[in-house]
Write a protein that binds this ligand. Structure first.
Ligand code: ADP
Length: 495
C-alpha cells in the first residue's frame, strides 16, 4: 500500500533523485574542467606571455643607456625564452644596437618586410607598448591552416627616449604549440567524463539503496501498524539517522501496543466496576418495590453507597481526562498540610471502628504549603485509599509528615505484598495494574496513581515510591514548606 503523499501525484523514487543530483554535480565539474583546460588554455597562456614581455620590456627601458644593456638583454632572453632587439633611431635610420636571439626561427631575425617594422614602430609611437600576435609563416607571409603546428608568436615594440636618442625595443616570444596538448586533454577529459558518469550511476544505486531500502521496509511496517497490527519491527538499516528513526518507531509501536492493551483492560475493569454497583442498585430497588417491608433505611443506604461508588468512578475518569488534557488550572492558597491530612483521615473513621483498620498519622508540627487544597486532598485520599486496599493482614497504614530543609514530605506506608521492582515505574501510568496481584482493589480502575502524578506534576512537587515485596510500600510526595503568614491572595496558577 502506498502512503497518502504518493497517492495524489507521482513521486519519483529516491534512486532517481540521487542519480540526477550526482549527474548534475559531475557535469558541472566537467564543464568547469573543459572550459579551463580546453577553451581557456591558449588565451591564458598568451596573456601570461604578454605580461612577461611587458615586464622584460620595462626592465630594458630602465637600463636603455646602461653600458651593460647588452649583457642584461642576453640574461633576460635566456631566462624568459624571449628574443630581444634594441634599435637606436636617429632621424630616419634605425641601427641595431642590441641583439639577443635564442631561436633561429625568431621573427626579429627575419624581419624581412619593412612594412612590419614600420607597423611596430608606429604602434610603439602611438601606444607606448604595442603588441601583435602573428600566426603563420612570417618569412613568406603565407597563411597556414588552423590545424598545422606552426607556432604562434607574440611580438611587442616599446619606444623610449633618452636625451636626444630614441630607442625601439622589440621582443618576441613563441606561444608554444598547445594544439597537441589540447587534443590529449580532450581525450583524457572524455574518458574521465565517461568514468565519472558511470561512477555517479553506481554511487546513486548504492547510496539510494542504502537509504531507501530501510525506509521502504519501515513504510511497510508503518502501514501494518496503521491497520492495528502491533507485531511489527522497524529496521533502520546501517545509517545513524534511519537507525534512530527505526528505534523511535519501534518504541512508538511498543507504546501504542501497551496503551491498546491497557485500554482494553480498562474497558474490562470499568465494565466490571460499573456492573457491580449497578446490579446492586437495581437488585435492591426491585426488592424494595416488590417486597413489602423491605423499604428500610439499611437498603436505602446500600443504594446510596453504590451510587457514590459509581460517582467516584466516573469522577476519576473525568478528572484524569481534564488533567492530562491540560485544561486544568490550580486554585492555589496557603494551606495547612497537616490539617488536610487530618481532614482526609476523618473519612476513614468508620473503617477504623467497624473494620479494625489501624490508620496512624505522625507529625511533629503543623506545616503549611502553597497548593490547591482540593487537589492535594485528592492526592492524599488516593494514596491512603490504595494503602488501605493493598495493606497486609494487620490492616495497618501509617502516614508520616516530615518537614525538613524547607520541604514538607508526606509518606503513606502500608504492610502489604509490595510491588515488584520491574513494575514500579509503570504504576504511575494510567490504566496500569500490577500484574498477577493476588488481590484486586475493590474499586480499582488503575487511574488513581495517574491522577496523583498529574496533580503533583502541576504543583511542581517531587514524588515517588519505594516498595519491598512481602514487606510493604511507601508512597511519598514533597512540597516546599512556607510560612502561614505568606500572601494568601495569590493568583490562580495554571500548568
Ligand atoms: P487502582 O485504582 O487500581 O488502585 P492506581 O493507579 O491507584 O489504580 O494504582 C495502580 C496499580 O498500582 C494498582 O492497580 C496496584 O496494582 C498498584 N498499587 C497502587 N498502590 C499500591 C500499594 N499501596 N501497594 C501495592 N500496590 C499498589
Amino acid at each position: 500500500m502506498n502512503g497518502a503523499a504518493s497517492k495524489g501525484r507521482r513521486i519519483p523514487p529516491l534512486r532517481r533523485h540521487v542519480f540526477l543530483l550526482l549527474s548534475v554535480f559531475v557535469l558541472v565539474t566537467l564543464c568547469i574542467l573543459w572550459v579551463f583546460q580546453i577553451f581557456l588554455l591558449k588565451p591564458m597562456y598568451a596573456s601570461l606571455k604578454t605580461h612577461e614581455l611587458k615586464r622584460v620590456s620595462a626592465r630594458l627601458v630602465r637600463s636603455v643607456d646602461s653600458p651593460s644593456l647588452s649583457s642584461l638583454s642576453d640574461k633576460l632572453a635566456q631566462s624568459s625564452g624571449i628574443c630581444v632587439s634594441v634599435y637606436e633611431i636617429t632621424g630616419q635610420t634605425a641601427r641595431l644596437s642590441v641583439n639577443s636571439h635564442i631561436r633561429a626561427s625568431c621573427i626579429l631575425h627575419n624581419l624581412a618586410s619593412d612594412s612590419m617594422m614600420n607597423r611596430l614602430y608606429a604602434g610603439a609611437l602611438s601606444h607606448g607598448f604595442y603588441t601583435e600576435r602573428i600566426r603563420g609563416n612570417f618569412l613568406t607571409g603565407a597563411a597556414v591552416d588552423a590545424k598545422s603546428e606552426v607556432p604562434e608568436s607574440i611580438i611587442t615594440s616599446t619606444m623610449t627616449e633618452n636625451g636626444d636618442k630614441k630607442y625601439l625595443i622589440l621582443l618576441n616570444a613563441e606561444i608554444e604549440p598547445v594544439g597537441t596538448t589540447t587534443d590529449t586533454l580532450i581525450l583524457q577529459l572524455s574518458i574521465i567524463s565517461g568514468i565519472l558518469l558511470l561512477a555517479a550511476g553506481i554511487t546513486a544505486v548504492l547510496v539510494s539503496g542504502a537509504i531507501s531500502k530501510p525506509i521502504a521496509q519501515m513504510s511497510r511496517e508503518a502501514n501494518k501498524l496503521a491497520l492495528g497490527s502491533y507485531d511489527v519491527h522497524f529496521d533502520g538499516g546501517m545509517s545513524k539517522e534511519t537507525a534512530e528513526l527505526g528505534e523511535a518507531l519501534n518504541y512508538a509501536a511498543k507504546e501504542l501496543s501497551s496503551i491498546d492493551t491497557m485500554q482494553k483492560d480498562l474497558m474490562a475493569n470499568i465494565s466490571h466496576d460499573l456492573r457491580t454497583p449497578l446490579t446492586m442498585i437495581s437488585g435492591y430497588s426491585e426488592v424494595m418495590r416488590d417486597i413489602p417491608g423491605e423499604m428500610t433505611a439499611e437498603n436505602m443506604q446500600i443504594i446510596i453507597d453504590e451510587t457514590e461508588r459509581l460517582t467516584a468512578l466516573v469522577n476519576d475518569i473525568l478528572d484524569l481526562s481534564k488533567l492530562s488534557g491540560g485544561s486544568q488550572t490550580l486554585q492555589c492558597t496557603v494551606l495547612s498540610l497537616t490539617n488536610t491530612v487530618r481532614h482526609t483521615l476523618d473519612r476513614y473513621q468508620k473503617l477504623r471502628t467497624q473494620e479494625g483498620y489501624r490508620i496512624t498519622f505522625d507529625f511533629d508540627r503543623e506545616a503549611y504549603i502553597y497548593a490547591d487544597e482540593s487537589k492535594i486532598l485528592q492526592v492524599i485520599y488516593n494514596l491512603v485509599n490504595n494503602a488501605i486496599n493493598y495493606t497486609g493482614e494487620d490492616k495497618s497504614v501509617t502516614i508520616r509528615q516530615i518537614c525538613d530543609d524547607g520541604q514538607c514530605r508526606i509518606e503513606v506506608t502500608d504492610t502489604g505484598e509490595g510491588i515488584p521492582a520491574d513494575q514500579l515505574p509503570m504504576i504511575w501510568d494510567r490504566y496500569y495494574k500490577v500484574k498477577n496481584y493476588y488481590r484486586r482493589a475493590v474499586t480499582g480502575t488503575g487511574l488513581g496513581l495517574s491522577i496523583v502524578k498529574n496533580i503533583l506534576l502541576l504543583h511542581g512537587a517531587k514524588f515517588g515510591v519505594s516498595s519491598t515485596e512481602g514487606v510493604g510500600s511507601t508512597f511519598w510526595f514533597s512540597l516546599p514548606e512556607i510560612s502561614p503568614d505568606a500572601d494568601k491572595t495569590s493568583p490562580h496558577i495554571s500548568p
